[in-house]
Design a protein. Structure first.
Length: 272
């Protein structure tokens, strides 16, 4: 089992956020803001999934997973709280979170479903966040230096996402989740996640008045498809999920461990 530490990040989320906080780049700012808009509702679903999954295990297996699940819940609850504060600043900038109500509507449809479906959805989303996290930790310069607080927030969040990438997947396996469900949900989540991310990013740019600017198009092309492009560098790790022998632990988390080791002054451990 993974030893997950809950950390209190030492950043001040009371200060306003600049309109183009990410190195003055409209596209990257809109993209990261879009992801942040999805986190509070999504992470609550992940918390509920692993909590309810733990309850479905036999008593002896519950003890095996209990500490890891508590750590997972503590980390995700901290992410949810800080991104809620982040999103409140986005509201003040005139951005509208269209992603969250759509996500809430979809998740309401999961009420009463087998908890293994919940865990398969969570495991698929956690794979997305883990490979994105590794990408960010290896390319931190893409966040710029304009707002050190948000740079730290995104890198700390990334480090913890990589750290707890196995929890939902392991619970799904422990509950006898089958391969057909796992792969089917990954295909669905891939479609939904990509469409929602691009839709909210475009909405953010439209409200910012930068959607059709040539600088925005160039930035999007470079960030997504350039030499260090997000799609280019995460495509193979994404495909790995469809292997019959796949487990998230097969992906290296050295970048996460290194960042946490080098940035201990940015957080305070509150519970192991």
């Amino acid at each position: 089992m993974t030893d997950l530490v809950v950390r209190r990040l030492l950043v001040d989320m009371a200060a306003p956020i600049a309109r183009h906080w990410c190195a003055g780049d409209a596209f990257r700012t809109a993209f990261f803001n879009a992801l942040s808009m999805s986190f509070p509702v999504g992470e609550q679903f992940f918390i509920d999934s692993v909590r309810n999954g733990l309850k479905e295990l036999p008593a002896e297996k519950q003890e095996t997973f209990r500490a890891e699940v508590q750590g997972f819940i503590g980390q995700e609850a901290t992410h949810r709280r800080l991104h809620s504060l982040y999103n409140a600043h986005l509201d003040k900038l005139g951005l509208v979170n269209d992603w969250e109500p759509r996500a809430r509507e979809r998740l309401q449809q999961m009420e009463g479903q087998d908890v293994r479906h919940w865990l398969a959805i969570t495991a698929a989303n956690e794979h997305f966040t883990a490979i994105f996290a590794d990408f960010m930790l290896r390319n931190p310069d893409l966040l710029g230096e304009q707002d050190p607080r948000l740079r730290t927030l995104w890198l700390w969040h990334s480090a913890e996402e990589a750290e707890h990438r196995c929890t939902a997947f392991a619970l799904y396996q422990a509950l006898g989740g089958n391969e057909q469900w796992r792969l089917r949900w990954m295909r669905r989540i891939t479609f939904i996640f990509l469409i929602d991310t691009l839709r909210q990013t475009a909405n953010n740019l439209r409200r910012d008045g930068t959607l059709w600017k040539w600088s925005t198009v160039k930035s999007a092309a470079s960030f997504l498809f350039g030499k260090r492009g997000l799609v280019r560098l995460t495509y193979q790790p994404w495909r790995d999920y469809f292997r019959a022998d796949f487990h998230p632990a097969q992906h290296d988390a050295a970048a996460s461990r290194d960042w946490l080791a080098r940035n201990g002054d940015q957080f305070v451990p509150v519970r192991a």
